[in-house]
Design a protein around this ligand. Structure first.
Ligand code: MLT
Length: 246
């Protein structure tokens, strides 16, 4: 399978994603939160760029049907219902509701890729579901790692490497792009002790210092949730819901 990888979302343009099947990865923590919210019954997650966009969307919705979630500097935004810890997105909070999600990197990466022909959100939790979907529906894929503050994030790169390893059945084709080769090779270097490698990532160490250790335990689980967040009409929904209402 032909694969392109962007190791951060910062320079991704509309031309890079148009007519492509695109997978956006943000392991810590936006995509893990999105997958969890949809698994627990949220109707949709609307990724936004900033406070203004979030506020505008909220002002047009019935207060009972939406919840505002997200973070700045890792912490819940003042006035929002929820932060960016997946564990906050419990069934009783999200069931049947739309989540407006505003995060520093992940939701921006999703917005940046919104001109894609097909756009899905990925993390370790739903890696298997994403790989199945790509195999069945695409001959080429563009993976966009959210990264962190315009820099590579190890956890996103390793997740991209794991997806490629599965899509390529454990054997790297030739030729591949340098960034796809980098993600794949890094995953092969670290896969025997992936958990240690992930916990040593800068973002993981930072979240650990902020007492978000439980989020790391959760976000680093692989193939835990067979959930496919599929982007259409400016929101992510479960693939089956998005397709059945199309
Ligand atoms: C982000 O989108 O930047 C992350 O989800 C940040 C975080 O860990 O809360």
């Amino acid at each position: 399978m032909d694969a392109e990888v962007f190791l951060t979302h910062s320079n991704v343009s509309d031309d890079d994603v148009q007519d492509r099947t695109v997978v956006v990865i943000d392991v810590l923590r936006a995509c893990s939160t999105i997958v969890t919210a949809l698994d627990r019954g949220a109707r949709a997650v609307m990724p936004v760029l900033d406070m203004a966009q979030a506020g505008k969307l909220a002002s047009n919705l019935d207060p009972d049907v939406y919840r505002l979630g997200g973070e700045r500097g890792g912490e819940k935004i003042e006035g929002y219902h929820l932060g960016n810890s997946p564990e906050e997105y419990t069934e009783d909070v999200v069931q049947g509701r739309d989540i407006i999600l505003n995060t520093t990197n992940g939701t921006r990466a999703l917005r940046r890729a919104r001109e894609a022909d097909t756009l899905v959100a990925a993390c370790f939790l739903n890696a298997g579901r994403v790989v199945d979907f790509i195999r069945r529906t695409a001959e080429a894929v563009t993976i966009v790692c959210a990264g962190r503050q315009n820099r590579l994030a190890l956890e996103d790169t390793l997740c991209a490497g794991l997806l490629l390893d599965r899509l390529w059945d454990g054997s790297e084709p030739y030729p591949v792009t340098d960034s796809a080769h980098t993600a794949y090779t890094l995953y092969h270097t670290d896969r025997d002790d992936l958990d240690s490698a992930l916990r040593g990532a800068n973002h993981a160490e930072w979240l650990s210092r902020q007492s978000y250790e439980a989020d790391l335990d959760y976000c680093f689980r692989i193939d835990e949730l067979p959930v496919l967040p599929y982007y259409t009409d400016n929101r992510l929904r479960l693939y089956k819901d998005a397709v059945s209402s199309a």
